[in-house]
Design a protein around this ligand. Structure first.
Ligand code: FES
Length: 99
């Protein structure tokens, strides 16, 4: 095993998990995958590739407040994310990007 710090200035984790529980269907049922695709598009458009990574993640245990997005290593968590929130998330990421 090799231990190292994250290679990214910001790693955006977007929960896209779909649960079997109809009372808590999970982030994937409330747009997680679509949000991830839009964030990835935005990261590519800004030429942040290599500095910023967008990844799908499984359940973060906060299903009742999804879709959930986590910025690592900043430890910033966004809940109940909708498409109009993406500029705010991207603005937060922009502050982390190495120039
Ligand atoms: S399904 Fe997204 S936090 Fe549980």
């Amino acid at each position: 095993m090799k231990k190292a710090g994250t290679p990214y200035a910001c790693h955006i984790f977007v929960c896209s998990n779909v649960r079997d529980n109809p009372d808590k269907p999970g982030c994937g049922a409330s747009g997680g995958a679509e949000l991830k695709a839009k964030l990835k598009e935005a990261v590519n458009a800004r030429e942040w590739k290599g500095n910023v990574r967008v990844s799908t993640t499984g359940c973060m245990g906060l299903c009742g407040t999804g879709p959930n997005v986590l910025l690592h290593p900043q430890g910033v968590h966004f809940s109940a994310v909708t498409e109009p929130d993406l500029p705010t998330i991207l603005e937060t990421v922009a502050g982390q990007v190495r120039q």
